[in-house]
Design a binder for this molecule. Sequence first.
Ligand code: ASP
Ligand code: MG
Length: 407
Amino acid sequence: MSGRVVVQKYGGTSVGDAERIKHVAERIVARVQAGDRLVVVVSAMGETTDELIALAQQMTDEPEARELDLLLSTGEIVSSTLLAMALKHAGQPAVALSGAQAGIGTDRRYGRARILSVDPKRIRQELDTGRVVIVAGFQGITEEEDTTTLGRGGSDTTAVALAAGLGAERAEIYTDVEGIYNADPRLVPEAQKFSEVSYEEMLELASYGAKVMHPRAVELGAVQGVPIYVASSFSEAPGTLIHGGPFMEQRNKVLAIAQDTDVARITIRGVPDRPGIAAHLFEPLGESGISVDTIVQNASVERLTDLTFTVSRSELNRALDIVKPVALEIEAPSVLADTHLAKVSIVGAGMTSTAGYAGRMFRTLFEAGINIELITTSEIRITCLIDEKQVREAVRALHKAFELEEG
Ligand code: ASP
Ligand code: MG
């Protein structure tokens, strides 16, 4: 069989019920008729993964990681097999493969496994017989043949890894929005869709709240040089291509606004200011896979300092369980946590003279009556922590202040 190999991925909403799965099958048939050879990664139907987690929690507060992963992997088995059946019913030869059967090898970190290898032998064989290959996303297998999952939203990563392993031209991610916008269209009706965006900018946007793409998938795309096309599975509207350039226009301005309400802040008061303390605190957090962001250490007063950092809300309790004993050990008198904050960020590769952009951002928030609790920056991003209740206002004001209505 000739024809280029295309890897597609359909998200949970796109395969949310039987009718939608049949609709996806129709789209696949159309692409095969146009001459492409398709490998299709699917997420679990709708809220399946959340439902499976809730079920497990009815058995025990702390389900064993191995069984939990095996359980969660079934969500994608359901959607992939149903899609293969729908295709065959429509006269299109197809085969469904689990992550293991598709050759996805991972490390042993249950719930957040990393892909170590892709062996696309079986996929190639199936493609050569003229079948469309449907792959259950979000999962892989360890050397010991235990099933692992890649972390929430991990099917995007499966798709990009397979595209890299197969030498496919690009990975196409089909979802319930039409692409990447310069602000969340639910908050800003004037938000503009991009036709293209760089890996670098997309990585910041995804890491700082844009939910459309999983940050790890973007990172993998950048490392492997796999362009990622994001578009809607419900329309034919043109989407957004994430790639490494060259770009038609070197933008010299803010590209987009992102917001993230999945933020919890932890402050450790009265930390002794001596070498090794920060390592002592953050190493155990890292070892348990808690990703820490936005770390600030204040100037010390009388050899005591405050250490503040943020984690995602779902990891707050786990983080506190680790931090509190360490605080006790180093004789820091108190650990505070709050969950009413959110991040708003401005992102743009052209923001080289950050000072000007920072000033404008802070003034805009000030004029909207919004207090800034904490500020962090990267080369191409400025993030402010603000009250969660003011997120919509902040995003709208910034979208306007940086003249993003015209795209
Ligand atoms: N089903 C998994 C989740 O909900 C993986 C995915 O959707 O990509 O997180
Ligand atoms: Mg999902």
